[in-house]
Design a protein around this ligand. Structure first.
Ligand SMILES: [Zn+2]
Length: 187
C-alpha cells in the first residue's frame, strides 16, 4: 500500500509542468501595479535575459531578489513594474513577473511581441543550474500548449534585439540558448 502511494505521488509529481508550479506575485510579495496588455496576444516570441546581478539558491532568496529587482525597476528606472514577464533562479521554479500577455520592459524591440524571461545571476562565464535551464525549456513548451505563445513561436535572447546594444544574457548562457529548439538569431 505504501509503495502504491509513493508511486502515485511520483507519477503526479512528474506530470506537473513548470506552468503548474509558478511562484505567483502574491507568493513572492509583489507590490501592486497597473499593467498594460499586449496589443496582440498571445505573443510570438520568448526572449532570454540574465539579471547580471546575484544568483539565488533558495526560494526565500529568490523571493527577495524578485522584490529587489521590482523595487529597482520601479524606483530607479521609473517603470510600471518589474521589467520581465517571468524569471527563474537556481532552484528552477519559474517566477511570475509581469506575467502572461503583459507588455514588457526588457528589450525595446521585443517588449510588445515576446515574453521576457530572466535568469538570476551573471551568466557571462557560468551557466545557470541544470534545473533552471531544463525547466525554462519545459516552460516554453507548456506555455505554448496553454495558448500563451503562438504555435509557431520563436526563442531568442536580448542581444538579438536589433534595437538593443547589450551583452545580455551573457556569453555562456547565449551559447546554450542558441542551440535550443526554435532559436532565431534575427526574429
Ligand atoms: Zn536583457
Amino acid at each position: 500500500m505504501k509503495l502504491l502511494i509513493v508511486l502515485a505521488f511520483v507519477a503526479f509529481a512528474s506530470a506537473q509542468t513548470p506552468c503548474q508550479n509558478i511562484r505567483t506575485r502574491a507568493q513572492w510579495g509583489s507590490r501592486s501595479t497597473s499593467l498594460t496588455w499586449m496589443a496582440t496576444r498571445p505573443p510570438s516570441g520568448f526572449a532570454i535575459h540574465h539579471t547580471a546581478g546575484a544568483r539565488c539558491t533558495t526560494q526565500a532568496a529568490c523571493d527577495t531578489q524578485m522584490r529587489n529587482i521590482q523595487n529597482f525597476h520601479m524606483n530607479t528606472n521609473g517603470w510600471a513594474d518589474i521589467g520581465y514577464n517571468f524569471c527563474i533562479g537556481d532552484p528552477g521554479q519559474v517566477y511570475e513577473g509581469r506575467g502572461y500577455g503583459r507588455h514588457g520592459a526588457h528589450a525595446p524591440g521585443f517588449n510588445a511581441r515576446a515574453l521576457g524571461h530572466c535568469f538570476f545571476g551573471d551568466h557571462s562565464n557560468v551557466l545557470p543550474t541544470a534545473a533552471a535551464l531544463s525547466n525554462t525549456q519545459a516552460f516554453i513548451t507548456c506555455s505554448r500548449n496553454n495558448g500563451e505563445l503562438t504555435s509557431g513561436h520563436w526563442v531568442s535572447t536580448h542581444r538579438n534585439d536589433r534595437q538593443s546594444a547589450t551583452a545580455c544574457p551573457g556569453q555562456a548562457l547565449f551559447n546554450t540558448v542558441s542551440t535550443w529548439d526554435r532559436f532565431h538569431s534575427n526574429p
